[in-house]
Design a protein around this ligand. Structure first.
Ligand code: C2E
Ligand code: CA
Ligand code: CA
Length: 750
């Protein structure tokens, strides 16, 4: 670009010198060298650009044609320069073959511009052709009237070649300008295209010189005006080279108006002629009317422009609504999947799945408004913890995610998220914790694989005790998949009625007859293939999938129904209580109290005969659970603290929890008979067993020792103050029929 400009400047300086000191400037033929030199440099520029820039096929075709055009054009004028030196000092006429070459160059450039696609729709293209026709004819009229016509009619002879060439270049310029004015952003840079189109306008300058200066004007035309064309070509190359995807702008709309105003010029000139006053009036009227129509049109276009702007703004807003979560303003699942797909196509990508622990409890116990506020607070914490490192997303419910690209440190982000949750949240000072699963994948990995891995890792984090993060590693999904499969099977089994309830007696230890005081209800799965499956093998999966809620409801109903039947058959002294196990998920279920009430009403079992066995960890959870337990207590239903002593806060729990019964965990009974050996472990076990029974006595609670496997253990426990026991030594869990036989035998004996 600089070289073409330098050549043009040199040409101008030379011309000034030629005017001032013709002697020093040398032959006039030198003026004819400037244009071919500049053209050669511009052609070289095009070539270098084509080699260095990866162009769209359409752009490549365009620039190749421009290169050919410049070569032909340059060659034509180089021949003209040779002719100039041959005829010097007389100025040359344009040799026919040289003019043909230059003309071919013009035509090629025209062809190049013509082949760049414009417009999209059919209506759009039609409108553009109309506008272009207006502009072409309007401008053409002006140029003909003031340019070509005087040249053709000039008394001094202009060669046919020159006039043809000038006419051609004017046509190119007009065609080019009217076309490129409508081209939005496409493969060929818009400004580059305009520069190429407009470069033909230098012909207008040549015409102007010709009219004012006659054939002698060839010197400034060649030395000063025409070298501007290569500069424009070089500028165009530069534009295309650095063209980046600039945003699409609306195509030009003012050009037809300019043309309309332009044709008024010849009309104005005609007014000076020999017209009658009435003809003049008509001409003036025509000018005013076309002017007014133009103004009217222009106003409409402005209005359309405003409408279009409004429409775009509302489109943007709509797009935001569609791609973002309404509550938290975070990106939503749809946007997440789009962004993730794009990121995975480009390179390494990491996903963090963030799941709030026990959010459902907050929602159920404090209401949805509080839940919503908490989610908003969580979203804020997530946003600030992630910062610019990644994209935070709300997937729905209490599930969030973060997408990280490149080599972002996922562990650090996970730590930041966890510690952002490390404190009271929202106006209600709620404590939330989250489990995070992390998975990374290289470019090209299917999106769903990555999400599945992250989900597996998240599940592992939850299993590991919540409020932590786990990174996915190969093979991790095995246990989790087994869980999911088991969940599906449990659902089927529940519908197929494969569950039944067995009963393990709770025995009076200090009673020589070892009478049955109560029973614990335990669920069994009669699997069609695997036989009887232990609850230890499927209760965790049932809890994880939420199936424990309908399953527990079944056990509760069945236990109450069976106990009511026993009482009806064998009398009110057959047994005092029945104790089904109730899991944490059931207690958190808002319908649980109503379920219990309905079951009692349905089966006719008195509330005092029902003992719900709740583990310590379940009793500790949240306000909704506390309220549920209190309501049950107020109904007269008893609560037993199961597995007592294994948790962390057994003692403090006793104050808050409305328990009636404590079940000493089997681990304190195991080996209790071996204390004669005086090992510290045995001593400690015995100390706990004694402390528990004393504490329970002080609080007025009953105690049941679990897992008694021999008589010595039973004897020991009695010595410590236990009056109730449960264990294989006393009675194994058994079917309702077996137990019924036992009651019948006792009734007969009595
Ligand atoms: P758990 O509530 O502590 O129930 C006592 C478990 O200890 C029962 O195992 C019982 O068969 C077993 N057991 C009783 N005496 C002895 C003994 O002397 N020695 C030994 N080694 N074990 C003894 P089971 O029936 O396999 O139940 C295991 C756990 O599954 C239960 O522990 C309970 O937490 C859960 N579970 C059972 N049924 C249900 C249910 O319907 N709902 C819920 N949510 N959980 C249940
Ligand atoms: Ca139990
Ligand atoms: Ca237990």
């Amino acid at each position: 670009m600089l070289v073409t400009a330098g050549i043009a400047v040199a040409g101008t300086l030379w011309y000034v010198l030629w005017l001032a000191r013709p002697g020093l400037a040398g032959p006039a033929a030198l003026a004819f060298v400037v244009l071919p030199l500049g053209t050669a440099v511009a052609a070289h520029g095009v070539l270098v650009m084509i080699r260095h820039v990866r162009l769209h096929p359409v752009a490549l075709r365009f620039w190749r044609l421009i290169f050919v055009a410049l070569l032909l054009f340059g060659a034509g004028f180089a021949m003209m320069a040779v002719e100039a030196f041959r005829t010097a000092p007389a100025l040359p006429t344009f040799p026919v073959d040289a003019a043909a070459l230059a003309g071919a160059g013009f035509l090629t450039a025209m062809w190049a511009v013509a082949r760049v696609p414009i417009g999209t729709g059919r209506g759009e293209r039609g409108r553009q052709w109309l506008d272009r026709a207006i502009a072409f004819l309007g401008c053409g009229t002006v140029l003909f009237q003031f340019g070509l016509a005087p040249m053709i009619n000039a008394p001094v002879g202009w060669s046919v070649q020159t006039i043809t060439l000038i006419g051609l270049s004017l046509a190119l310029a007009l065609g080019g300008i009217t076309k490129v004015a409508y081209i939005g952003d496409g493969p060929v840079d818009r400004v580059a295209l305009r520069l190429i189109g407009t470069s033909g306008l230098v012909a207008a300058g040549v015409v102007l010189l010709a009219i004012t200066g006659g054939p002698d004007s060839a010197v400034p035309a060649q030395g000063v005006v025409m070298p501007l064309a290569p500069i424009m070509a070089a500028l165009a190359v530069r534009r295309q080279w650095s063209a980046t995807g600039t945003r699409a702008r609306r195509a030009n709309t003012w050009l037809p108006y300019l043309a309309l105003a332009g044709v008024d010029a010849p009309l104005l000139a005609a007014l000076h002629g020999t017209l009658t006053w009435s003809d003049r009036l008509v001409v003036i009227n025509v000018m005013v009317v076309t002017g007014l129509v133009a103004v009217r049109q222009f106003v409409t276009i402005r209005e359309n422009g405003c409408l279009l702007r409004d429409k775009r703004a509302s489109e943007r807003q709509l797009r935001h609504q569609v791609t973002h979560d309404g509550l938290t303003g975070l990106a939503n699942r749809g946007l997440f999947r789009d962004e993730l797909a794009a990121a995975l196509a480009a390179g390494d990508t990491t996903v963090l799945l963030v799941d709030l622990d026990d959010f459902k409890i907050v929602n159920d116990s404090l209401g949805h408004d509080v839940g919503d506020q908490l989610l908003i607070a969580v979203a804020g914490a997530l946003r600030s913890a992630v910062g610019s490192a990644g994209l935070p997303v709300r997937l729905g419910g209490d599930e969030f995610a973060v997408m990280l690209t490149g080599d972002a440190d996922a562990g650090a982000v996970a730590d930041a998220v966890l510690s952002a949750f490390n404190g009271p949240m929202s106006a209600h000072d709620l404590l939330v914790r989250a489990s995070i699963g992390i998975a990374s994948a290289p470019a090209g990995t299917p999106l769903d694989h990555l999400l599945r891995d992250a989900d597996v890792a998240m599940y592992a984090a939850k299993q590991r005790g919540k409020a932590n993060w786990v990174r996915y590693h190969h093979g991790m999904e095995q246990p989790a998949l087994a869980h999911a499969r088991l969940g599906g099977e449990l659902r089927r089994a529940l519908e197929a009625g494969e569950f039944r309830v067995v009963y393990q007696p709770i025995i009076g230890l200090d009673d020589p007859a070892r009478r049955v005081i109560g029973v614990e209800a335990l669920v069994r799965w009669e699997h069609p293939v695997r036989g009887t499956v232990s609850p230890a093998d499927f209760i965790p999966a049932a809890e994880a999938t939420g199936l424990i809620v309908p399953l527990g409801r079944f056990v509760l109903r069945e236990a109450c129904r069976q106990t009511a039947a026993w009482l009806a058959t064998y009398g009110p002294d057959a047994l005092q209580k029945v104790g089904p196990n109730v899991s944490m998920r059931q207690l958190a279920d808002p319908d649980f109290v109503a379920d219990v009430r309905a079951v009692l009403a349905e089966t006719g079992l008195p509330a005092e005969r029902l003992v719900l066995e709740v583990t310590e960890s379940a009793a500790l959870r949240g306000p909704q659970v506390s309220r549920t337990l209190r309501e049950l207590h107020d109904m007269g239903v008893r609560l037993a603290l199961d597995d007592f002593g294994t948790g962390e806060s057994s003692l403090s729990l006793l104050r808050a929890f409305p328990a009636s019964i404590i079940k000493l965990d089997k681990s304190f009974v195991d080996g209790i008979e071996l204390d004669e050996l005086g090992t510290p472990a045995a001593d400690a076990r015995q100390a706990v067993a004694r402390a528990v029974v004393q504490l329970a006595g002080a609080l007025g609670l009953d105690t049941v020792a679990e897992g008694i496997e021999n008589e010595e253990q039973a004897r020991r426990l009695v010595a410590l103050g236990y009056s109730l026991g449960q264990g294989y030594h006393l009675a194994r869990p058994m079917s309702a029929e077996r137990l019924g036989e036992l009651f019948a035998a006792r009734l007969a004996a009595a």
